[in-house]
Design a protein around this ligand. Structure first.
Ligand code: CO
Length: 134
């Protein structure tokens, strides 16, 4: 069911420092910071030949990644995102299989303007999974 690895998301305490690390030390192509107030994050996209890394910094007091940063003050891997062809079919199959879909189960528009859902990390080896309709 899952297809390409779309991105790995890393929450960071200092987005400019993290972007500089990926650009200057690791030699990657990085975007300018994009504030996404609806998601409570500012994101820098790191373009790799075969996938992307998203560097996420909390935006606003109710950011959903604020608590993660409190637990991991140096930052850390937050989620992996896999592409699916049909997010509704994927959701229905996963629920049927006993996996927990976070929130109300209705896809939301993610950072790439495509529908996304998140799956409970306790059902997937301790990893938060994002599904994005390709
Ligand atoms: Co993501």
């Amino acid at each position: 069911m899952i297809g390409r690895l779309n991105h790995v998301a890393i929450v960071v305490p200092d987005l400019n420092a993290a972007a500089s690390l990926y650009r200057d030390t690791l030699g990657a192509r990085v975007s300018l910071p994009h504030p996404l107030p609806a998601h409570g994050v500012t994101v820098v996209f790191v373009e790799l030949p075969n996938s992307k890394i998203e560097l996420l910094e909390p935006l606003g007091p109710r950011s959903p990644v604020r608590g993660f940063l409190d637990d991991n003050p140096h930052g850390g891997m937050h989620h992996v995102c896999y592409e699916v062809d049909d997010i509704i079919a994927a959701r229905d199959w996963l629920r049927h299989s006993g996996a927990r879909v976070l929130g109300d189960g209705e896809p939301k528009i993610g950072a790439h303007d495509k529908p996304v859902l998140f799956l409970h990390p306790k059902d997937f080896c301790g990893t938060l999974i994002e599904l994005e309709q390709a």
